[in-house]
Design a protein around this ligand. Sequence first.
Ligand code: NAP
Ligand code: MG
Length: 402
Amino acid sequence: MEKIKMTTPLVEMDGDEMTRILWKLIKDELLMPYIDLHTEYYDLGLVHRNETNDQVTIDSANATKKYGVAVKCATITPNAARMTEYNLKEMYKSPNGTIRAILDGTVFRAPIIVKGIEPYVKTWKKPITIARHAYGDVYKASEMKITGAGKAELVFTDEQGQETRELIHDFKGAGILQGMHNLEDSIESFARSCFNFALDTKQDLWFATKDTISKKYDHTFKDIFQEIFDKEYAEQFKAANIEYFYTLIDDAVARVIRSEGGYIWACKNYDGDVMSDMVATAFGSLSMMTSVLVSPDGYYEYEAAHGTVQRHYYKHLKGEETSTNPLATIFAWTGALRKRGELDNISELCIFADKLEQACINTIESGKMTKDLALITTFDKPVTLNTENFIKAIRETLDTLL
Ligand code: NAP
Ligand code: MG
């Protein structure tokens, strides 16, 4: 078979620990034998981030703006222990945070569904994609503990020094206070990312807040979504035969549980934090969650939702056998390759991405899987494979599909 040719490079962001090992295995076994892989390589491994004072992370995000599509390996977010372990010059910020700040996007997370790994919710047949707004609210709040009686007010002082006040509470005794904010710009780009992603993946979009209680704050989210939808997206949604639908967050939760899945659920920052863990767990496993950052300008960065699987890496370093699930990382590559294929009109690349995903699913459905899945599968006698052999098994399935 002749290798598939690419025209535009993918921005390749390598990473850390066990996922860095997976990264190389995936490229060697599942990609390079079939594709003339054309990437612009950025090493976001912590050693190289430290050598470049984290400039490499910024460069990789800017390259994503230049080329449009990136694929990212999981990376370490340094903490005190990592400072010593890697002898770091400083405690660099989370690469995902840095990249998100440059691309300004929304993160979409969706489970990979296979037979044998059954969702805890019996009605769920199709993936539920969570779109989480990644700016503001309680994550950028100011808080106070009040020790005794007194009056609390919200005060806004405009540039001319004019004050607007709103009573929060007349305290008769001790209590607590919190002030939070969001930005119209940020909510607008959140909305556009969600509408674009719905069109891209031909799925309905649900959005929910508590606007009946929060008549200004949450209501603004609802209004911005509706305004942008009516002005810019209503026609396109109609043409694509998909729906945008707003409801109250508590109604949404009830509907989600009764649903079959197969839609995008857009959530405010806190709701998305909580609901994405609920949805991931209910679908079975974090190692089966894909994640993509979509910017309002149409840039895409694909990654796995899990971390660098540190515990497995230390076993690997000691020469012990590991059984690390590569699916989310493989699907990051297939997502990026498919998007590149769509943008560059290379249908072979899209077909290859589909087949590689199918090969992953077929391999698991034939009973061969990594240990994390073997522990939760409904199959009787799963065959547990180590990291390398599972990837080889996927390659064998892929060869039968090509
Ligand atoms: P983690 O890497 O997600 O792993 C936590 C545990 O989940 C693992 O020990 C393993 O359980 C299981 N697991 C996760 N992915 C798996 C896979 N693909 N196959 C099999 N089992 C899997 O989280 P962490 O250990 O808390 O974090 C490690 C590092 O990752 C940290 O330095 C953190 O900063 C970084 N991180 C990066 C990202 C990112 O780049 N997107 C996200 C989160 C965390 P068992 O050990 O029980 O087998
Ligand atoms: Mg969380």
